[in-house]
Design a protein around this ligand. Structure first.
Ligand SMILES: Nc1nc2c(c(=O)[nH]1)N[C@H]1C(S)=C(S)[C@@H](COP(=O)(O)O)O[C@H]1N2
Ligand SMILES: [Mo]
Length: 196
């Protein structure tokens, strides 16, 4: 892994203010997967939201039709690397929650392959999260979660579930895969909510 020193090299230089505490910049894009990489065809891909009121699914084309956005965001991995100014394309979660209703406050994201991660619902809304399918102008490679992954850049990157297949709303904040294994329930990089 090549750590690129930007803004915090020479003596007396300021540390990059976009870099949360304890993070270092990378220019490459490391791959971190807990298990094997699933291969999913967009023709078979489906995204399902389950709430206390029922379930709602979207095909690949239906998801695109909800409205695609381009965003430039920074990503921060709990293993101390950050990548700044990445260009992403995806559908904001706001569009999905215009079509489903829930009184639940939390969400478990589920991936093809079995990975899970928990997020407060209000942190997926108001332009804070996307179902992303392109990064840096290219379709997301399978190793990075393609054809589609969750993108929640204001939380540590383990919350950005690769190969996402759906969300299940929950009344309480139950831990997902890494959260059951010692990662913080919330994961704010600016508060260094790494482990608990
Ligand atoms: N489905 C799934 N999503 C996942 C993971 C995983 O193992 N499986 N790893 C998480 C972790 S710990 C990180 S840091 C990022 C890594 O994404 P990348 O491989 O695209 O850099 O994906 C997150 N999403
Ligand atoms: Mo991670």
């Amino acid at each position: 892994m090549s750590f690129i020193t930007r803004g915090f090299t020479g003596r007396g230089r300021e540390r990059d203010p976009a870099l949360p505490p304890g993070q270092s910049l990378v220019e490459d894009w490391p791959v971190l997967s807990a298990g094997p990489t699933p291969e999913i065809d967009t023709a078979d891909w489906e995204f399902t939201v389950v709430t206390e009121n029922g379930r709602h699914s979207w095909t690949w084309d239906e998801m695109q039709a909800l409205g695609v956005e381009d965003v430039t965001v920074d990503i921060h991995c709990v293993t101390h690397w950050s990548k700044l100014g990445m260009a992403w394309r995806g559908v904001p979660l706001d569009k999905i929650f215009e079509e489903v209703e829930t009184s639940h406050d939390y969400v478990m994201a589920h991936s093809y392959g079995g990975y899970t991660t928990n997020v407060p619902l209000d942190e997926l809304l108001d332009g804070q999260a996307w179902i992303a399918f392109e990064a840096d102008g290219e379709p997301l490679g399978a190793e990075h979660g393609g054809p589609a992954r969750l993108l929640v850049p204001h939380l540590y990157f383990w919350k950005s579930a690769k190969w996402v297949r759906g969300l299940v709303t929950m009344p309480d904040d139950d831990p997902g895969f890494w959260e059951q294994n010692g990662y913080h329930l919330h994961g704010d990089p600016w508060k260094e909510e790494r482990y608990w």
